[in-house]
Ligand binder design. Sequence first.
Ligand SMILES: [Cu+2]
Length: 225
Amino acid sequence: MFFKSLMFQDSNSLNMLKLTFYHDKALVVLVSISLLVAGGLLLFSLNKYFNVEYMEYQWLEFLWTVLPAFILLAMAFPSMKALYYLDEIMKSVFSVKVIAHQWYWSYEYPFITKNSTYDSFMKQTNDLDKGEFRLLDTTTNMLLFNKVMTQVMVTSSDVLHSWTVPVLGIKMDAMPGRISQAACFPLYSGVFYGQCSEICGVNHSFMPIKVEVLSNSELMSFKDL
Ligand SMILES: [Cu+2]
């Protein structure tokens, strides 16, 4: 995990991969158009000469009206496709329930063990072990499994929160009295971080998310949380 980097973190789910690719494509279009327009502006503002053919140039007017419309359409379709993929829950192997509180997260694994709810608080700076991240590491981790389709159900016990893990491509609002779901298919194991992304009170900045994606061998030996 790198801080102060310009681009996204390396994606760890197919959804985030799609979002990153779309971002890259959109950026190519955006930069090309910006350069073209900036170049044109410079050229025409610094040049004393003016081509009279440009007055009432119907074909040019038609072109720069229709062309941007097509460019927008070409960008809208992959965007919609990615958007609908995000909502798609493929056959999930198991479910995790994420419950937001002021100001910590609880995780529930209803189909693995009984009474499997546990709380995840931010680690205080004094309690940090070497190599752990200040304001990001938690007392307990959320567990996911490598290449196992997981249904993440997000809800809240008090106010609005948002369960956000950038590498997984998930930013799901936690609403009291409502369960939102997201699909999660991690591509490799490791430890990944996220933060609450909906202002929820004074300790909003101090309820981080730490997701541990376990490898398949660890899944086989998985008995209790
Ligand atoms: Cu919050």
